[in-house]
Write a protein that binds this ligand. Structure first.
Ligand SMILES: [Zn+2]
Length: 850
């Protein structure tokens, strides 16, 4: 198979003008394959040679302008169209195509809960070629007109409104011009909730076995959808460009969601079967808002080539968080962004694989290299850069520039240069220079505060390691005594903006020096922050007393990257968590800090002999949180999301404490009691997610067996149950269990992407290093062969979840470095391994630093 290069795409875009695809898919031809017939109408501007792409099981026939062509001439995924004459043409291609089990192309899933089958497409990058023949590149936009034949009882969803012409034969309304990677079909006996908004049909869909869970949240999901839709119409001059808005929650989906015009697909874990926190609801709302932003940025105006993926993703990410705060009950989204997303960007930006937010086009020569850029740089750093741009430009000018961008390039394509030129029309500021400094460079700047007292005033100087301009807010805080409670707290004295670099003179402020000076309060820029020593002492002792959660998030992020840089002992971070989290009210912060403490500090940064003590600290912290949230009634657990009474215990906080207590338990007794009783004392009652979580932990501890796992699977035979059982079985601390799990992951090529991931998640456990030691060396050759056989999605899962991430030792790193020289390594796995090895090196350096 050949990957498309940028040069080939440019040549083909100059030659061809594509008008219309008429596609006929027959989904009734068996479980392994489906039939695909495509007619493409296009014009060649001059005479020339080109090719069309398809990845068929069997290419049955082709014709050009009515003349048959020889199917044998297919070369990999390319069919040559030689000596094409100038003028209009029609190419028809008939083929048998294979269903996918990896979430790429036309994925087919049979629900173990009820035996119903569903199929959906994920055609991103170049997977349209797995479904029908196409000139597959983003800047050859066309009208798509699809007809789909299905078994009776199915519904077909597509980019446009779908109608059933005869039994099982569905026609989808033709699209306006869109890119090949954005075509979508989802077919099956969907459960649907439909409504109308602003004169358009809106629908949400899921498989039937999840129907009660979708129904329970339908109002919430549709309210968010309507609120975002209305807010985008206030921001954008161009109206929503498509004829309907469907959101389908589909099984075994690899990403969070995909922005197909008129038919967004989401992973169906977003249809919550078990109790979730309000932060998780906010995440779902954020994904709804993110994907809808893509309808304009990505779908209406599309990147010309894949080097500008960041422009799509950064924009949608920024707009998603910002629009939620403006239009919905989730008004604190930037705290979650600070805690859950920014670290992803900072981490990626400090690895050897980092790249500029906007890479040089030459650095993205083909689709395989473009696929590597779906990372913390393109999403989190890019969105942080846009947030800083808005702080610097002002939102009014930013939106004016965006609207110019939409009106100039609608239903067409644009580049970064177009985007910057369009922004420049709206402001006097030098956007081109800003873009060079922020988008064309790599790495994280560090801003360090120096505070000194001078008589009746104090001075602030900010040192900058790095070259970017920053506009930041400085927050100053003082101790005060709450006379009612007798407790010490921090109150805000002042906030002011400064530009960095400073012009050579320090900022002078009246009065004594504040107890705490916070750089980048409001978190408007993207940089590492180092407080002055006095402020750092105040922060460590009074972190939970800082009034604004976004400021607390910033201080926690500072502590986090000081640990990663070897500047703060991991146990100091753990002690701060033990001290302050019991008083933390922001769920995203509790979740984020506990997650880092458990998976990084306890599992990686501390030497193995210190891990039991760290886990004991975490379980006692969780017990504290459980005590703080006692007294919840059954009614509290059932009440509408987001309606917690201020001052009363938060069920979400209790749920986080329960989950982390389970994951950190070193003795089986307490959680075994919970499982037997079916409830945590004082609630919650255990739902399927918590039962599987406990059973997984018991498996890790060797306190359960196959009989108990099989019994649990009888009670929950759903797809999630199958994943839970696979995770438990792989976690059992026996040589037989590990051998069976390894065999399944690396030799069974029918294993779905989701069952692969669940097995991998169970397999590696930091407390089982002796048992797992032989697999560290086996991992590299087995993963390299697997990635070559099964493609990018499985390569990603193998690199992320099946990697021996707890083998923090020089031997393991050496094995990995040798593997990087293997010529059989695919680009997707190489990137994953490079990053994982860098994380291992960093963990080793943190251990060595103290
Ligand atoms: Zn996106």
């Amino acid at each position: 198979m050949s990957v498309l290069t940028r040069n080939e795409a440019q040549t083909r875009a100059q030659l061809l003008d594509v008008h219309r695809y008429t596609v006929d898919l027959d989904l009734t031809t068996g479980e392994a394959t489906f039939d695909s017939t495509t007619a493409i109408r296009f014009t060649a501007r001059t005479a020339g040679d080109t090719f069309v792409e398809i990845k068929p099981e069997t290419l049955r026939s082709l014709s050009l302008d009515g003349q048959p062509l020889d199917p044998e001439r297919l070369d990999g995924n390319r069919y040559p169209l030689d000596r094409l004459t100038a003028g209009p043409h029609e190419l028809t291609v008939a083929a048998t195509m294979r269903y996918s089990r990896t979430g790429e192309g036309m994925h087919r899933f049979t629900d173990p809960a009820d035996g119903e089958t569903y199929v959906y497409t994920q055609l991103f990058m170049e997977d349209v070629q797995r479904v029908f023949a196409a000139f597959d590149q983003p800047d050859l936009k066309s009208v798509f007109d699809l007809t789909v034949t299905t078994p009776t009882g199915w519904t077909v969803l597509g980019n446009g409104v779908s109608t059933q012409a005869a039994d099982g034969r569905w026609h989808i309304a033709p699209t306006p011009p869109i890119s090949t990677y954005l075509v979508a079909v989802a077919a099956g006996p969907w459960h649907s909730v439909t409504t109308q908004h602003a004169g358009l049909p809106f629908g949400i869909h899921c498989r039937r076995s999840l129907a009660p869970h979708l129904d329970a949240d339908a109002d919430e999901i549709l309210d968010i959808t309507r609120a975002c839709y209305d807010r985008y119409h206030e921001k954008f001059d161009e109206p929503y460009p498509f004829d309907s808005y469907d959101q389908a929650f589909v099984p075994e989906f690899n990403a969070g969601a995909m922005e197909n015009p008129g038919l967004v697909t989401f992973r169906d874990e977003f249809v919550y079967r078990s109790a979730v926190t309000d932060t998780e609801r906010q995440t779902r709302a954020m994904v709804v808002a993110h994907e809808m932003a893509h309808m304009w940025f990505g779908d209406l105006v599309t990147l010309t080539w894949w080097d500008d993926i960041w422009l799509n993703e950064s924009f949608a990410e920024y707009m998603g968080y910002q629009t939620l705060t403006e239009a919905t009950r989730f008004t604190d989204t930037w705290t979650d962004f600070g805690v859950a997303r920014k670290g992803w960007g900072y981490d990626a930006d400090q690895r050897p694989s980092t790249h500029p937010v906007a890479p040089d086009p030459d650095a993205v020569p083909d689709t395989a290299s473009a696929l590597l850029n779906f990372d913390g740089i393109s999403y989190a750093k890019g969105a942080s850069a846009l947030r800083q741009l808005v702080a610097w430009l002002g939102e009014k000018d930013f939106l004016a520039g965006i609207n110019t961008h939409f009106s100039r390039h609608k239903f067409a394509n644009a580049t970064l240069a177009d985007f910057i030129d369009n922004l420049a029309t709206a402001t006097d500021r030098d956007v081109h220079t800003w873009a060079d400094a922020w988008l064309r460079t790599t790495g994280v700047d560090t801003l360090t505060a120096h505070v000194e007292t001078t008589g009746h005033s104090w001075n602030l100087t900010v040192d900058r390691a790095g070259d970017r301009p920053h506009r930041i807010t400085v927050g100053t805080y003082d101790h005060s005594l709450d006379t009612h409670t007798g407790t010490d707290q921090l109150t805000l004295r002042d906030r002011f903006d400064i530009d960095i670099p400073q012009d050579g003179t320090p900022v002078t402020q009246p009065g004594h020096r504040p107890d705490l000076v916070v750089l980048n309060d409001h978190d408007l820029t993207y940089a590492k922050i180092r407080l002055d020593p006095g402020s750092w002492d105040t922060a460590l002792t009074h972190l939970s007393g800082i009034p604004d959660p976004l400021t607390r998030a910033l201080v926690w992020n500072t502590a986090r990257d000081m640990v990663r840089d070897g500047e703060l002992h991991p146990t100091v971070h753990l002690t701060a968590a033990r001290t302050h989290l019991p008083y933390e009210t922001d769920l995203a912060l509790v979740q984020g800090v506990l997650g880092f403490a458990a998976t990084q500090i306890a599992d990686r940064y501390l030497p193995p002999q210190d891990r039991p003590t760290a886990l004991a600290t975490l379980t006692s912290l969780c017990r504290d949180l459980l005590r703080r949230t006692e007294g919840l009634t059954a009614k509290d657990w059932e009440q509408a999301p987001g309606t917690t009474t201020p001052g009363s215990p938060d069920p979400g906080l209790r749920l986080i404490a329960v989950r982390h207590f389970i994951d950190a338990a070193t003795q089986p007794d307490a959680i075994q009691d919970w499982l037997r009783e079916g409830t945590v004392p004082g609630g919650p009652e255990l739902d399927a997610e918590l039962r599987w979580r406990i059973l997984t932990r018991l498996a890790v501890l060797g306190a359960t067996d196959e009989t108990a796992i099989a019994h649990e699977l009888d009670k929950d035979p759903s797809a999630t149950g199958q994943e839970g059982a696979a995770r438990c079985r792989a976690a059992l601390p026996t040589a037989e269990a590990k051998a069976a799990a390894w065999q399944a992951m690396f030799t069974d090529d029918t294993l779905s992407n989701y069952l692969f991931t669940a097995t991998a998640q169970g397999f590696w456990q930091p407390g089982q290093s002796e048992l797992l030691h032989p697999y560290v060396a086996r991992y590299y050759p087995d993963a390299i062969a697997l990635a070559a056989r099964r493609g990018p999605a499985i390569a990603e899962a193998a690199g992320r979840h099946a990697f021996p991430a707890h083998a923090v030792d020089p031997d393991s790193i050496r094995l990995g470095e040798q593997a990087l020289t293997d010529p059989a390594l695919t680009p997707a796995l190489r990137r994953k391994l490079t990053d994982q090895l860098d994380d291992l090196r960093r963990a080793l350096a943190v251990r060595d630093a103290h």
